[in-house]
Design a protein around this ligand. Structure first.
Ligand code: G3P
Length: 240
């Protein structure tokens, strides 16, 4: 009876839960700004970093130097994206990026050439993050190509009046159906609700801009409660 009440998604999650020894949602930060990364590290808020050419442009420094600096202060995976769009060029650039540090993950676009590069780099033991995923079928192909991570772009799907979160749900079901090792990395996250829903739908990782990550802390009742405690501590002349 209880089993009947479970939605299809929940049944899949239950299966996955039984299969995996540990399920822990990870937070990556979506930035190439070393100052922002250091600040988040101080609070122990992040498990890794993702970058892309647009974020590197914003940081305004040499690409490989930025990645090397980020890797030094990050224990977990750091995604660095190739700029070539042909298979051979992506493989060559991927190998160069992977040599920067052992925690570099090579980010590749979800194209035919990108998947070929993904397969080749995976065969050499290099981690990959297949990016710009906008459909469940694209994600399925990336998982079959051996991607370490698949990056569905939630916010950009929402931008065109389609439900980005549905893609996370579909990818979760597909990956669990066939026990692919690929991790779902929810990307293009813009709001705290995107973070909450990514967790509800079972993304393995959410990569979140720094402002949104810090924004998760905000609650007016926390602010109000703390103001009251500070005021009462002063009134009572509490000293520690
Ligand atoms: O990780 C990809 C992400 O940076 C894209 O975000 O907000 O530009 O769609 P956005």
């Amino acid at each position: 009876m209880r089993q009947k009440q479970l939605s299809l998604g929940n049944v899949q999650r239950l299966r996955a839960f039984r299969r995996k020894e540990e399920i822990k949602m990870k937070f990556f930060v979506d930035t190439a700004d070393i100052g922002e990364i250091n600040e988040l590290n101080t609070a122990g808020l992040i498990d890794g970093v993702t970058t892309n050419p647009s974020l590197i442009k914003k940081a305004g420094r040499d690409f490989k130097e930025i990645i090397a600096d980020i890797c030094k202060v990050t224990e977990g995976d750091v995604s660095a994206e190739v700029i070539a769009i042909d298979q051979q060029g992506m493989i060559e650039q991927g190998k160069i990026l992977a040599k920067i540090a052992s925690n570099v993950v090579v980010k590749l676009p979800l194209t035919g050439d990108g998947l070929k590069a993904c397969r080749a780099l995976t065969a050499e033991g290099i981690k990959t993050n297949v990016t710009l995923c906008f459909s469940a079928n694209q994600g399925l192909l990336a998982a079959k190509a051996g991607a370490t991570y698949i990056s569905p772009f939630i916010g950009r799907i929402d931008d065109i009046h389609t439900d980005g979160m549905e893609l996370i749900h579909h990818l979760r079901v597909i990956i669990d159906n066939y026990d692919f090792k690929t991790q779902i990395l929810a990307a293009s996250i813009r709001t705290p609700l995107h973070v909450r829903d990514s967790a509800i739908f079972g993304a393995d990782v959410a990569t979140v801009p720094p402002a949104v990550l810090w924004g998760l802390l905000n609650h007016p009742l926390t602010t109000k409660g703390l103001d009251q405690f500070v005021e009462d501590a002063k009134a009572a002349d509490i000293k520690i």
